[in-house]
Design a protein around this ligand. Structure first.
Ligand SMILES: [Zn+2]
Ligand SMILES: [Zn+2]
Length: 411
C-alpha cells in the first residue's frame, strides 16, 4: 500500500491525501491554498481516483472538490450545505480578482449528483474499503475518517478539536489504528485557557460599549461567526444590538438546520437576537454602541473592511483567529494599518487579539496520538511538522513522517 501527499505536506492549505492499494486509489480532501497576492495553489492530483472523502467544508480542504465532480464524494450533510456556500463564494471571489474560476455553478450541480452522505458512526463500504466517519469537533459536520482496507486500519483526522467549545462538542475518542494521518497545526504550543480568553473578550466589549463604541469582530464566516454568537448573545442581548454581516449569515442557517448536533442547545434561541445586516443597513449601525460579527477573519475582504473605516472612533476591533503574516489582520495588529489595492491605509482604532482556536493544541494532539497508538504517524497541516517528526521519533519512539507535498510513501 502506498500513500501520496498532494497538499498540506509541511504546509497549511490545499489538503489532499491519496491512498493507493494495488492500484485502487481514493482520496481524502482536495483543498486550495490562497496566497498573498490572492492567487491560488491547487493540490497535486493523481489519475484514476475512484472516490474522495471530504473531512469538512473549510476551503483549504474542500476548495478543489468541485473539480473532481465525476467521482463519488463522501461527506456529511452539514458539510455539503456549508461547502456549497463556500464554493459559490470561491467562484465569486475568483471573478472579483479577475481570476478564471476553476469551476462554475454547473460543476457544483454535478458534485451534488455524486455525493454519498455520511452519518457519524455509521459504516460505509465502497470497492471493499470500509469507511467510518467519526465526530472531529472543529466545526459542524466535521468528520475524521476511520478506514479499513484489507488488514490495515487508517485514521485521517482532518482538522480536529479535542476539547468542547461553547458551541461544538469535542472530537470523539478515536479507535486504535495502524496508521494515523494527523493535522498538527499547533503541535508546538498549548492554547491559553479558553475561559480566560473569553473573560478578556468580555472586558474589551464592556469597555467599548460603555464608551459608546462598537465592538467589531472580523470573523471567519464558517465556524467562528457561529462560535462568537454562542459566546456573546446571552451576555449582551439586553444591553446592545448584536449584528452579523457577510457570508456568516448563510452559514448560520446551516447551523440552525442542524441545531440538535450542536453542544449549545440554545443556539437557535440566541440566533433570534442577532440582526442580519446588508449593504443598505451597514451604514446605519456604526454610530451607536453595538456588536458586529462580520467576515472576513483576516480582513482580506468582506464587509469587516467597510466597518474598519466607518465605525465611530470609540470602537474596537477584536480579532479571534489565526492571522497569516501576509494578511491585513496581521498588518493591523502589528502596524495599525491595512493594505487595499496596494495602498496602505492607517486604521485609527484599538485592536485586540484573542485565541479561540478550533484546532487541537499540543497536549490534545499528543493525547490523540496516544489513544490511537499507531505504528506509523503521518504529519500534515503544519509548516514545521519536520521538527515535530524529529521529536516524536527521538523522544517518544514513534515512527513519524513529516511528509512533504508531492511525496509518495510506502505504507
Ligand atoms: Zn478547518
Ligand atoms: Zn485546515
Amino acid at each position: 500500500m502506498k500513500l501520496f501527499c498532494g497538499g498540506a505536506g509541511r504546509e497549511v492549505g490545499r489538503s489532499h491525501i491519496i491512498i493507493d492499494h494495488d492500484g485502487l486509489r481514493f482520496g481524502m480532501d482536495a483543498g486550495v491554498k490562497i496566497l498573498e497576492d490572492r492567487s491560488v495553489e491547487f493540490p497535486i492530483l493523481q489519475d484514476n481516483l475512484k472516490f474522495l472523502i471530504l473531512s469538512h467544508a473549510h476551503l483549504d480542504h474542500s476548495g478543489y472538490v468541485p473539480v473532481l465532480n465525476n467521482i463519488p464524494i463522501f461527506l456529511t450533510k452539514p458539510t455539503l450545505l456549508e461547502a456549497d456556500v463556500m464554493w459559490k463564494d470561491y467562484i465569486k471571489v475568483a471573478k472579483l480578482n479577475n481570476r478564471k474560476p476553476d469551476y462554475n455553478i454547473k460543476d457544483l450541480e454535478k458534485v451534488k449528483k455524486n455525493v454519498e452522505i455520511l452519518d457519524y458512526n455509521v459504516w460505509n463500504s465502497i470497492y471493499g474499503v470500509k469507511i467510518l466517519p467519526i465526530r472531529a469537533g472543529h466545526l459542524l459536520g466535521a468528520a475524521s475518517t476511520y478506514i479499513e482496507i484489507k488488514d490495515k486500519k487508517i485514521i485521517y483526522t482532518g482538522d480536529f478539536k479535542y476539547i468542547d467549545t461553547e458551541l461544538i462538542q469535542k472530537a470523539k475518542d478515536p479507535p486504535k489504528a495502524d496508521i494515523l494521518i494527523i493535522e498538527s497545526t499547533y503541535w508546538y504550543q498549548d492554547h491559553t485557557d479558553r475561559r480566560l480568553q473569553i473573560e478578556k473578550i468580555f472586558e474589551v466589549v464592556d469597555n467599548t460599549i460603555d464608551n459608546g463604541g462598537v465592538a467589531l469582530f472580523p470573523s471567519f464566516a464558517l465556524g467562528r461567526t457561529q462560535e462568537l454568537i454562542s459566546i456573546l448573545v446571552d451576555k449582551y442581548k439586553d444591553r446592545v444590538p448584536i449584528y452579523v454581516d457577510g457570508m456568516g449569515k448563510l452559514i448560520n442557517k446551516v447551523y440552525l438546520s442542524y441545531k440538535d448536533d450542536l453542544k449549545d442547545k440554545s443556539f437557535d434561541k440566541k440566533l433570534k437576537y442577532v440582526k442580519e445586516v446588508d449593504r443598505v443597513k451597514r451604514h446605519k449601525i456604526t454610530d451607536k454602541p453595538g456588536i458586529i460579527v462580520s467576515s472576513s477573519g483576516m480582513l482580506e475582504g468582506g464587509p469587516a473592511i467597510h466597518y474598519l473605516f466607518n465605525l465611530n472612533r470609540k470602537s474596537s476591533v477584536i480579532l479571534t483567529g489565526y492571522q497569516v503574516k501576509t494578511s491585513n489582520g496581521y498588518r493591523l495588529l502589528n502596524y495599525g494599518k491595512i493594505k487595499l489595492d496596494n495602498t496602505e491605509l492607517k486604521v485609527d482604532l484599538p485592536v485586540y487579539h484573542f485565541n479561540l482556536s478550533a484546532h487541537a493544541d499540543r497536549k490534545d494532539i499528543l493525547a490523540y496520538i496516544n489513544k490511537v497508538s499507531p505504528e506509523k504517524i503521518i504529519l500534515v497541516h503544519s509548516d514545521s511538522s519536520d521538527i515535530f517528526e524529529e521529536e516524536l521519533r527521538s523522544e517518544l519512539g514513534y515512527d513519524a513522517v513529516a511528509i512533504g507535498t508531492g511525496q509518495w510513501l510506502e505504507l
